[in-house]
Design a protein around this ligand. Sequence first.
Ligand code: ACO
Length: 337
Amino acid sequence: MHCHLNVRETVLKRARITGTGSCVPEKVMTNADIEKFIDTSDEWIVTRTGIRERHIISDDQNTSDLATTAAKNAMEMAGVTAEEIDLIVLGTISADYPWPSTACIVQENIGAKNATAFDISAACSGFLFALENAVAQIKSGRIKKALVIGAEALSRIIDWEDRNTCVLFGDAAGAVVVEAVEGDRGILSTHSHSDGSYLELLYQPGFGTRHMPTEEALKNRNYFLQMRGNDVFKVAVRMLTEVAIEAVEHNGMTMADVDLFIPHQANIRILEATAKRLKLPSDKVYINVDRFGNTSAATIPLALDEANRGGRLKENDIILLDAFGGGFTWASALLRW
Ligand code: ACO
């Protein structure tokens, strides 16, 4: 028997983010704008959520449009062409269509004809679940360059007559190019978890196979996102804390080693409660929820792109990404920038 082992091929590659991009719609909706059509106040929204304004897509825009612009911006920064991209993986809960995937629409828009493309459904953890998939494929040697995107048009799936939810969300997309590299800098680890027993605390009842778009379902506003905010809050803080600790411990580090914490931007109270439990000082916590609201799968790549283009990320900085969302799902990634 002849056994041939190619040692070079067995060395796992490191995956590194080489470009970031984002896109937010032009239209800004302030809390004062919302006050005009629902019984709420700027004061209530700011004290309970920290949100002051959010961006909303126009009638002729879709999730894929935001995703396409974010992807192009990330590719431009990385200096890669569309033909070089092997994989497009996109996290969303507000896709253009139930199927096919929004990733396939982005592929067509940018001309990434050599890529395989698919969506991931993990709600607000969608970007980190997508990133984990790309990292695994890079480390295995299957691919060299991936586009990882989080994109949402949540304004299309929230109930604008429900003050409990409509004040919380916004539309945006963020993207990163991830490449196989040598060396110490890059994505040190990813972790992800799920627990389907919490489904009804945060979900969109219609319209899949369980609830068809009947007249009654439409009347009951079954199509829209539903959330039991108070219950979500408690579990979110616990899971965000646990998965952040898991990430640093996995790498033999402590929270003191973290230079910047970029958590999912759900609301300011969740962020501050998590940071407090992790004993992270506020100057190490990235916050932009005040300007964009909760954009689900887009919050982390949007914040990462802002931090990157704003000069906040220095070479070799340790950056902790942390997300929690419907499912429930929760995830982290630790990066050496
Ligand atoms: N304006 C004015 N009053 C409001 C509004 C509003 N927009 N929304 C709710 N209220 C009222 C309620 O009706 C309630 O009134 P009542 O006492 O007369 O019944 C009162 O405010 C308190 O409501 P609570 O739900 O108890 O308020 P709470 O302090 O829990 O804040 C919030 C609500 C902001 C939703 C909070 O629970 C929260 O942040 N939860 C986490 C939600 C979240 O971020 N989910 C997403 C995470 S995962 C993901 O990103 C998908």
